[in-house]
Design a protein around this ligand. Structure first.
Ligand SMILES: [Zn+2]
Ligand SMILES: [Zn+2]
Ligand SMILES: [Zn+2]
Length: 153
């Protein structure tokens, strides 16, 4: 876990989601909120089936399509990122601003850290414009070892 107080991370993520949805007049329904909370239960990649399992554990009858629809909503509003290489999801650290998500994924402990960099964003923009390519996804996935794992191997 790459944070000192994870309850704070979860609370902050839910508060950001409420604010963003209110601004664009979208409804953060209870199931969407629960799915977001579960994605934020740690700083690691979460797969859809894990969400379905965890949400069902609370006694609710959670159907997979409901969870997939909630994930689509959260993706559409930039509240989570899809990690293509893992077919999984992670909460976005700063959904309130346009950014280039650069995910640093630790292959040992699974910790994911999100960074944004204006220079990288500009370089990609220049590159894709020059190639007249319209990028649909812009998440950059970097895989390796986090600081903690590098110092304890
Ligand atoms: Zn945290
Ligand atoms: Zn992000
Ligand atoms: Zn690690």
């Amino acid at each position: 876990m790459s944070c000192a107080n994870h309850d704070h991370c979860i609370d902050a993520a839910l508060a950001r989601a409420e604010a963003i949805c209110a601004r664009v007049d979208a409804r953060l329904t209870p199931i969407r909120r629960e799915v977001l909370r579960e994605v934020w239960s740690n700083h690691e990649a979460t797969k859809a089936y894990q969400l379905i399992e965890r949400l069902s554990r609370h006694g609710a009858n959670v159907k997979p399509p409901t969870v997939y629809r909630a994930l689509d909503f959260l993706l559409a509003h930039g509240l989570i990122h899809r990690i293509e290489s893992l077919n999984a999801f992670v909460g976005c650290e700063h959904p309130q601003k346009a950014h280039q998500a650069i995910l640093m994924i630790c292959e040992r402990c699974g910790d994911i850290r999100e960074e944004d960099d204006v220079a990288v964003r500009d370089a990609l923009m220049t590159l894709t414009q020059a190639a007249t390519f319209s990028a649909r996804t812009t998440v950059i996935e970097l895989r390796g070892l986090c600081r903690g794992c590098r110092s304890t191997h």
